[in-house]
Design a protein around this ligand. Structure first.
Ligand code: FES
Length: 321
C-alpha cells in the first residue's frame, strides 16, 4: 500500500510505501525534516497529525506526555501511515536549523576512480545518522591531527551513507593517512555539517551548475537532492577539466542526461567554460547559478557571470581547497 503524506506548513508532499517509517520516507524524498536519533529516543521527530491515521511500528523509549498524545503528536521515526496523512512537522529551512554533530563513522569502501581521485564511502551508525543540507561540508579525521574539510558528495536523502571525492595528490595529512594507512572498517570521525552552498528550492528558476574538478562533489549532492525533490526546473551541468579522463564520474552524468528530460550535461575540456555556458544560456536573469571549484576559478567565473548580467542573489559559490 502507498500512502500520500503532506507536511504543513511547508506543503511538501511525498509517498510512503508499505510499512516504512514516515521519517525515512520523508528524508528519502529530499525533505529536511527535524530528527535526531531516528530510533525513538530523542523526541526530535515529534509531529502532530492533522488528518489521517498512523500506526506505531516499534516501541520507543521517548515518552510523549499525556497532553501531547491528546493533541495527536507522534514520533515520525516510529510510526507509519495507514491512510493518507497530513502532519504538522518541523523542517530545516536554513543551515542554522541543523545542529553540529560529531559521529564516529566506518569506512565502507575506498574506490580508486582515476589515478587522481579516490571516492571514500563511509557509513554512520544506524542510530546516529548525519543530518545535513545538500551542498554542505564536514570535517573528516582519522585521528586528532588529521581534520580536513570536504564537501559531502552524496544526497541528504541517504543520511547513513556519505561519499567524499578525495584528490590523491593532496599533501593534507588526512589524505596521506587515508591513502597509506586506512582500510575498510576503520573509524573516521565526521564533524559538521557546515557551509552555505545550498540549494535555492523556493526559486523554481532553471539551475546552472558549473563544476571545476572536484568541485563536482558538492554539485553532485545538490543535483541528487533536486532529483529526490523531483523539481521540474531545468538543470544544466557544465563540468570543467583539463582532460576527459579527469571527469571521473562522466558516465554517471551521462546516465542522468539519458534518464531525465530536464537534465543537460556539458563536459567542458579546453574551452572557456563561462563563454560556453553563456552561449547555451544567454538570459541569466531566469537562472540560478551554482559554481564550485578552486578559489581562483570560482571567483573568476563569478565575476564574468555577474558582468554578463547574472543577478548577485542568483549566484551561489563553493570554494574547494
Ligand atoms: S528521531 Fe529521535 S525519536 Fe525520532
Amino acid at each position: 500500500m502507498a500512502a500520500h503524506i503532506k507536511i504543513q506548513p511547508s506543503n511538501h508532499e511525498f509517498w510512503l510505501e508499505g510499512n516504512d517509517a514516515i521519517l525515512d520516507a520523508g528524508v528519502r524524498a529530499g525533505l529536511a525534516l527535524n530528527y535526531g536519533c531516528a530510533n525513538g529516543n530523542c523526541g526530535l521527530c515529534k509531529a502532530r497529525i492533522i488528518s489521517g491515521k498512523v500506526k506505531k511500528t516499534r516501541h520507543h523509549d521517548y515518552v510523549l506526555s499525556e497532553a501531547e498524545k491528546n493533541r495527536d503528536y507522534v514520533l515520525m521515526c516510529s510510526c507509519t501511515a495507514v491512510s493518507d496523512v497530513i502532519l504538522e512537522a518541523l523542517e530545516a529551512s536554513s543551515e542554522n536549523d541543523i545542529p553540529l554533530q560529531k559521529i564516529a563513522t566506518r569506512i565502507k569502501r575506498i574506490e580508486q576512480t582515476t589515478d587522481k581521485i579516490l571516492i571514500l564511502h563511509v557509513q554512520t551508525p544506524r542510530i546516529q545518522r548525519l543530518r545535513f543540507l545538500a551542498g554542505q561540508s564536514v570535517t573528516l579525521s582519522l585521528d586528532k591531527k588529521t581534520g580536513t574539510d570536504f564537501p559531502i558528495a552524496s544526497c541528504p536523502c541517504d543520511d547513513r551513507n556519505l561519499l567524499f571525492h578525495i584528490p590523491c595528490d593532496s599533501d593534507k595529512p588526512f589524505v596521506q593517512a587515508l591513502i597509506h594507512n586506512s582500510k575498510k572498517g576503520d573509524t573516521i570521525t565526521v564533524v559538521g555539517p557546515h557551509g552555505h552552498f545550498l540549494f535555492n528550492e523556493s526559486a523554481r528558476r532553471a539551475q546552472l551548475y558549473l563544476a571545476y574538478g572536484t568541485g563536482f562533489a558538492p554539485i553532485k549532492s545538490l543535483i541528487e537532492h533536486a532529483m529526490a525533490l523531483e523539481t521540474a526546473s531545468t538543470m544544466s551541468l557544465f563540468w570543467v577539466a583539463d582532460k576527459k579522463e579527469d571527469l571521473y564520474m562522466n558516465n554517471l552524468c551521462r546516465s542522468w542526461e539519458d534518464a531525465l528530460d530536464n537534465f543537460n550535461y556539458h563536459p567542458v575540456i579546453d574551452t572557456d567554460a563561462v563563454e560556453y555556458l553563456l552561449e547555451k544560456h544567454g538570459n541569466l536573469e531566469t537562472v540560478d547559478v551554482y559554481i564550485a571549484g578552486s578559489e581562483t576559478l570560482t571567483h573568476c567565473a563569478s565575476e564574468k557571470l555577474l558582468a554578463a548580467g547574472l543577478p548577485d542573489a542568483q549566484l551561489t559559490l563553493s570554494t574547494i581547497d
